[in-house]
Ligand binder design. Structure first.
Ligand code: KIV
Ligand code: ZN
Length: 525
């Protein structure tokens, strides 16, 4: 194994909880944000961007609590280029052992036009706001939003101003995923060469994936001298997302021969984080996604299988264990006991308390009765499922029978507990899922837009569990729900009801639209 201790260190800045959570529908609860932040901290992420404190009370509370709890990571919050945002951000991050204020403004012609600032006025604003942030906090990051479409001369000018005003990290975002690797490298090189004081700060890259080049662009920037990569777990983020943490970290590890840079990431924690983020954000990972996709280590063709059996390196450039995937996939049988289940879950990176273990054990036994083989992925789906259904939920699915087949109409008989009181109804629909969802609507009338309904098989075989993800929207509030069951219709109804329960929680806590980040990025003043 290569000794990377003497290699330049690349700061890994994770923005899953800010840019990632900004993707419509990926909103996480307070507890989920704390859990993800805890896992990122344990994994060795250098900087966690925990949220956008001015965006909502919820964001502020999450950033403050994450700041209080962080053991190792620097905790950062985002703020626009105005004193109010920066003060609010500081109020939230100041609790951290190592706080950072991140402030940004759009510097390209398109972005300058919106707040209608001249080049000079914007330069002045940058000087004032970075100075203000630096008076509050020693660690200040400044971002030139849409840097890759900003005139070079102007970019050099404003970067120099930010450095002189005290910024310690200069972030050069490719906000719209427009750049390409060579250009990304040239831009960083140009800034390092031309801007006075550039050698005294860390240059950072923040690449969006609109053209599928985010990871390549980030790595090219590092080769040119950037020393911070902003990324998210599973590449979550606005539109097509951001550079994926697992991709940049594993690329630096596996191709350390040509990219000799070190990170502080414990890569064995990657798979667990990826699964947790997929569950809590409601954004499942595509099967063929690099590193963390379900197929990333599967070999299907005969030639590949044969090669791997003879020498695993023929078709594998990294070992699954490196990212925390256990080699042994057949997990547990009907006769396995509690101790074996606890040990297995520990191996999968899930630590369970006694009550959680008892609950999982009951559900595992029920599954083992229905399914011949219970795989690691089945167990993880069970854990995620129990995480998403709480005893205090307003709506709880008690019983469901569905009649379907070639002769319609399809029918669903549903018993739903609403605030603990059981109600039953029969409904019909255009297919069994529609019938079952109609039954929910009749028992608990509501008007929501169903934005996404997605079914995945957890493992292979006709007895596989299905995981269902549902995303709904009501007055700008978005809620996602998930569930897993060997019966696809049961999983569908539970996922739908889970999304409704989350919506009910949000109705209680927020005003319409609060879940969608309505902070106006143009409001720099
Ligand atoms: O994409 C972007 O430019 C951003 C900034 C706020 C850093 O997310
Ligand atoms: Zn971004």
């Amino acid at each position: 194994m290569t000794d990377t201790s003497a290699q330049p260190r690349v700061v890994i800045f994770d923005t899953t909880l800010r840019d990632g959570e900004q993707s419509p529908g990926a909103t996480m609860t307070h507890e989920e944000k704390l859990e993800i932040a805890g896992l990122l901290d344990e994994m060795g992420v250098d900087v966690i961007e925990a949220g956008f404190p001015i965006a909502s009370e919820g964001d502020f509370a999450a950033v403050s609590e994450i700041a209080k709890r962080a053991k190792n990571s620097t905790i950062c919050g985002l703020s626009r280029a105005n004193f109010k945002d920066i003060d609010r951000c500081w109020e939230a991050v100041k609790h951290a052992k190592s706080p950072r204020i991140h402030t940004f403004i759009g510097t390209s012609p398109l972005h300058r036009a919106i707040p209608n600032l001249t080049m000079d006025e914007m330069a002045d604003r940058i000087h004032q706001t970075v100075t203000h942030a630096r008076n509050l906090c020693d660690n200040v990051q400044w971002s030139a939003m849409d840097a890759t479409r900003t005139e070079h001369d102007y970019l050099c000018r404003v970067v120099e101003i930010a450095i002189k005003a005290g910024a310690t990290t200069i972030n050069i975002p490719d906000t719209v995923g427009y750049t390409a690797p060579r250009e990304s490298a040239d831009l960083i090189r140009m800034l390092l060469e031309r801007v006075p004081g550039a050698d005294e700060v860390i240059f950072s890259t923040h690449c969006h994936n609109d053209l599928g080049m985010a990871t390549a662009n980030s790595l090219a920037a590092v080769e040119a001298g950037a020393r911070q990569i902003e990324c998210t777990i599973n590449g979550l983020g606005e539109r097509a997302g951001n550079a994926a943490l697992e991709e940049v970290v594993m690329a630096l590890k596996v191709r350390n021969d040509i990219m000799p840079f070190a990170t502080g990431i414990d890569t064995t924690k990657i798979m667990h984080l990826s699964r947790r983020v997929a569950t809590v954000s409601g954004f499942p990972v595509q099967f063929n996604k690099a590193i963390v996709g379900k197929n990333a280590f599967l070999h299907e063709s005969g030639i590949h299988q044969d090669g791997v059996l003879k020498n695993v390196e023929t078709f594998e450039i990294m070992r699954p264990e490196t990212i925390g995937l256990t080699a042994k996939n057949i997990a547990m049988g009907k006769h396995s006991g509690r101790a074996a289940l606890r040990a297995k879950m520990k191996e999968l990176g899930v630590e369970l308390g006694d009550n959680q273990l008892n609950d999982l054990f009951v559900r595992f036994k029920a599954l083992a009765d229905r399914k011949k083989e219970v795989y690691d992925d089945d167990l993880l789906a069970l854990v995620s499922d129990s995480d998403t259904h709480e005893a205090h939920d307003t709506l709880q699915v008690r019983r469901l029978r569905v009649i379907c087949g070639t002769e319609g109409p399809q029918e669903a008989e549903l018993t739903l507990a609403i605030d603990g009181v059981e109600h039953s109804i029969d409904a019909t629909g255009d297919g069994p899922v529609d019938a079952a969802f109609n039954a929910v609507k009749m028992l608990w009338p509501h008007k929501v837009n169903l934005q996404l309904y997605q079914v995945h098989a957890v493992t292979e075989g006709t007895d596989a569990q299905a995981t269902v993800s549902v995303r709904i929207e009501e007055d700008g509030r978005i809620a996602t729900g998930q569930s897993a069951d060997t019966d696809t219709i049961v999983a569908s109804v539970k996922a739908y009801v889970n999304a409704l329960n989350r919506l009910i929680e949000r109705r209680k806590k927020s005003n319409p639209g609060d879940d969608v980040k309505t902070v106006d990025y143009r409001d720099a003043g």
